[in-house]
Design a protein around this ligand. Structure first.
Ligand code: CDP
Length: 203
């Protein structure tokens, strides 16, 4: 049976954590679509053409640690405004979602553009301050040279760019269930997501 879960939301809202936990719980495959845009952004920082990079990505070759830097995140949100880049990444994401056994995809436009017919759509969000603090702790914990103010500025700049772009802007699908993780523990956020999916599976 095909079963797709779309999880969207702004930067550092907890989509990745919720997606991984949900995928583990239900035995679904998981694709962090942000990594695709980050890989294209990384290519551009190296001087490559964004569309060529997007057309020849091999997620198996991704060096995730190198893709998680703030510089690559900013480059990702810039290439993510390019319609041709988004088009080049579309089939890969749809094919991933169509695999047997179910799939979770997290990103910005999964429920609106990539999988408008997903069985479950979640919009995971939190206040900008909470998101920036979480991302600061994550990056500082990896030993990166970051400041709270710098991370907050990065998160807000990407949110603005992601929300205002013409192609596939960040917006909750009308039929998405919203989970605000500002005051939730990881376990509580994951439990809410699992409850929504359980209900959809029974339908
Ligand atoms: O992990 P974080 O939420 O900070 O970002 P990400 O999910 O890795 O995405 C990095 C950037 O890629 C975002 O700021 C978006 O500009 C872009 N992106 C997108 O446009 N569409 C997606 N489906 C996923 C990411």
């Amino acid at each position: 049976m095909k079963f797709a879960v779309a999880i969207d939301g702004p930067a550092a809202a907890g989509k990745g954590t919720v997606s991984k936990a949900v995928a583990r719980h239900f035995g679904f495959a998981h694709l962090d679509t942000g990594l695709l845009y980050r890989a294209v952004g990384q290519g551009v920082l190296r001087g490559d053409d964004p569309v060529s990079v997007a057309q020849s990505l091999d997620p198996k070759q991704f060096d995730e640690a190198a893709l998680r830097t703030p510089q690559v995140a900013q480059a990702a949100s810039r290439v993510a405004t390019m319609a041709d880049v988004r088009t080049a990444l579309l089939d890969f994401q749809r094919n991933f979602a169509a695999q047997d056994g179910g799939a979770v995809l997290d990103g910005r436009d999964i429920g609106t553009v990539i999988l408008p017919d997903a069985q479950v759509k979640l919009f995971v969000t939190a206040s900008a301050e909470v998101r920036a603090e979480r991302r600061y702790l994550e990056l500082a914990g990896k030993g990166m040279d970051v400041t709270r103010a710098g991370v907050l500025a990065d998160v807000k700049a990407r949110d603005d760019r992601d929300s205002s772009r013409a192609t596939a802007p960040l917006v909750a699908a009308v039929d998405a269930v919203r989970i605000d993780t500002s005051a939730l523990t990881i376990d509580a956020a994951v439990a809410q997501a699992i409850a929504v999916i359980e209900k959809a599976k029974r339908r």
